[in-house]
Design a protein around this ligand. Structure first.
Ligand code: BES
Ligand code: MN
Ligand code: ZN
Length: 495
């Protein structure tokens, strides 16, 4: 269960949070508590040299009973006020663990000198950080009750609540995407996942179509089917349609495509054993697409959007596809398989082919945990983004900034198109240059399946969909990366 965040004109709780600005300037609510406690706040701040009111500084103090609170958390705001929304979110993200470690169930934030937009984003940061994935832990009867309610007290509470409701639709969808990424691959496999998407989105007015193995065979989807051949749990393709525009929008729907490999062992080109469990996150692109469509539907987006995800499990077995196989994709292009671990691009090739044939989209954005190489280039901070037009890149970059999800532009080039030409088929699934530029050759492979004239971008989220264990401050969990980016991308450009 995640925490509930409320906005109100007044509220009671054991613990209060007050804002302190640069140079230890107290907010009106902080001044009030200082007065009621006989100057306790000012004295405490003076004797704490590390606390300067810088954004993110936090100091917890016990308060005398007459103040009405047991304790106060002084939260540094620095010079932030009213403008910087990503910073407001970050601040909320930093505040959450402070509140959590205070061992309380309810807190109030006395916010009388910042505007409602800032507060809505602060609340979003709190909420995002409160996410937990504990559904697989058995319940302990005498477990202490966790922090469950935060009330933000502000004169502009109605406005702030309205703004937060909009953000919260997306946050709930981020949580669903995180849940999907975190779910173990024995429970989350293509058929289950496809049914989940249908159950989750149909009630919101999204039409969901599931293509099963039989249907995909008759349609000639030789690439995604090959990836799933080694597993007894067969592939699915799921198409989600949200028709939010009043008239048929010019140029067809906005298309969002996601890689949904529910577990990637590498297949016959087996991966090394270490950390292979992490390959349950190889459906992170599809989770972002499902989450984004859900967020758009929840707030009745005025755009026409089609989401398409390719779901398959990449396993080695006597029925698995092999290096050397030549596949025929939906679009008719033949693919020479040189490494069965380069499976994501095969899944996406059939998604792209079917999408363009059936829906004639005006623009395509795909998200995929496609290459380890993107982590070598950009680590866990930025998702690598390849775009065929500057205009599409700018739209995505703007959306990334608005969503606090960072992307970095990567190159598309003739060289890599040549690198994925095959001697015996139309394309090959690995580069002739080996591992060098691995993310770029993967993008070039996909480019072969995009028709001329349709703006297309590919976002490689292998580094951002999952936070690694080598960062001790954050758990090794799915991030839901892409949900907010795609939601903003559609909202800001196509509604
Ligand atoms: N799913 C992996 C990419 C990946 C690696 C995602 C690490 C997240 C963390 C993808 O299917 C893969 O195996 N790519 C290969 C491609 C290579 C065989 C050309 C890779 O990156 O090594
Ligand atoms: Mn792989
Ligand atoms: Zn993969």
């Amino acid at each position: 269960m995640s925490i509930s965040i409320k906005f109100s004109s007044k509220s009671a709780a054991d613990t209060a949070v007050v804002f302190i600005h640069t140079g230890n300037k107290l907010s009106p609510a902080a001044q009030d508590l200082d007065k009621k406690s006989g100057g306790l706040l000012k004295r405490a701040l003076e004797s704490a040299p590390k606390f300067t009111g810088k954004a993110g500084n936090a100091l917890t103090l016990a308060l005398p009973e007459k103040t009405g609170f047991q304790r106060v958390i002084c939260l540094g705001l620095g010079d932030l006020k009213d403008t910087a929304m990503p910073e407001a979110e970050k601040l909320g993200g930093n505040l959450f663990p402070v509140l959590e470690s205070a061992d309380i169930q309810k807190a109030v934030i006395l916010a009388d000198d910042v505007n409602s937009e800032f507060l809505a984003h602060l609340a979003a940061g709190l909420k995002l950080r409160s996410y937990k994935f504990d559904r697989y832990k058995s319940k302990k009867k005498d477990a202490p009750k966790p922090l469950s309610e935060i009330t933000i007290v502000t004169p502009a509470h109605k406005q702030a609540a309205g703004l937060f409701t909009d953000l919260n639709h997306t946050l709930k969808s981020v949580f669903i995407a995180r849940d999907l990424v975190n779910m173990p691959p024995n429970d989350l496999y293509p058929a289950w996942y496809a049914d989940f998407i249908k159950k989750e989105l149909t009630p919101l007015g999204v039409s969901v179509e599931i293509l099963d193995e039989k249907k995909m065979k008759t349609l000639g989807m030789g690439a995604i089917l090959a990836v799933g051949m080694g597993s007894s749990r067969k592939p699915r393709m799921v198409i989600m349609r949200w028709n939010g525009a009043s008239k048929k929008s010019k140029g067809g729907p906005v298309a969002l495509v996601g890689k949904g490999v529910t577990f990637d062992t590498g297949g016959i080109s087996l991966k090394p054993g270490e950390a292979m469990d992490e390959m349950k996150m190889d459906m992170g692109g599809s989770a972002a697409v499902v989450g984004a469509i859900r967020a758009l539907a929840l707030r009745k987006s005025k755009a026409d959007v089609v989401g398409i995800v390719g779901l398959a499990e990449n396993m080695p077995s006597d029925e698995a596809y092999r290096p050397g196989d030549i596949l025929t994709s939906y679009a008719g292009k033949t693919i020479e398989v040189l490494n069965t671990d380069a499976e994501g691009r095969l899944v996406l090739a059939d998604c792209l082919g079917y999408l363009q044939d059936k829906y004639k989209p005006r623009v395509i954005v795909d998200l995929a945990t496609l290459t380890g190489a993107i982590m070598v280039a950009l680590g866990h901070e930025y998702a690598g983004t390849f775009a065929t037009t500057d205009d599409l890149w700018k739209k995505l970059e703007g959306a990334g900034t608005a969503a606090s999800e960072k992307i970095w532009r990567m190159p598309l080039d003739e060289t890599w198109l040549k690198d994925v030409e095959s001697d015996v088929a139309d394309v090959r699934n690995t580069s002739k240059s080996g591992r060098l530029g691995g993310s770029c050759s993967a993008a070039a492979f996909l480019q072969n399946f995009v028709e001329d004239g349709i703006p297309w971008a590919h976002i490689d989220i292998a580094g951002t969909a999952w936070i690694k264990k080598d960062r001790p401050t954050v758990p090794r969990f799915g991030t839901g990366f892409g949900v907010r980016l795609l939601e903003r991308f559609v909202a800001e450009n196509y509604e």
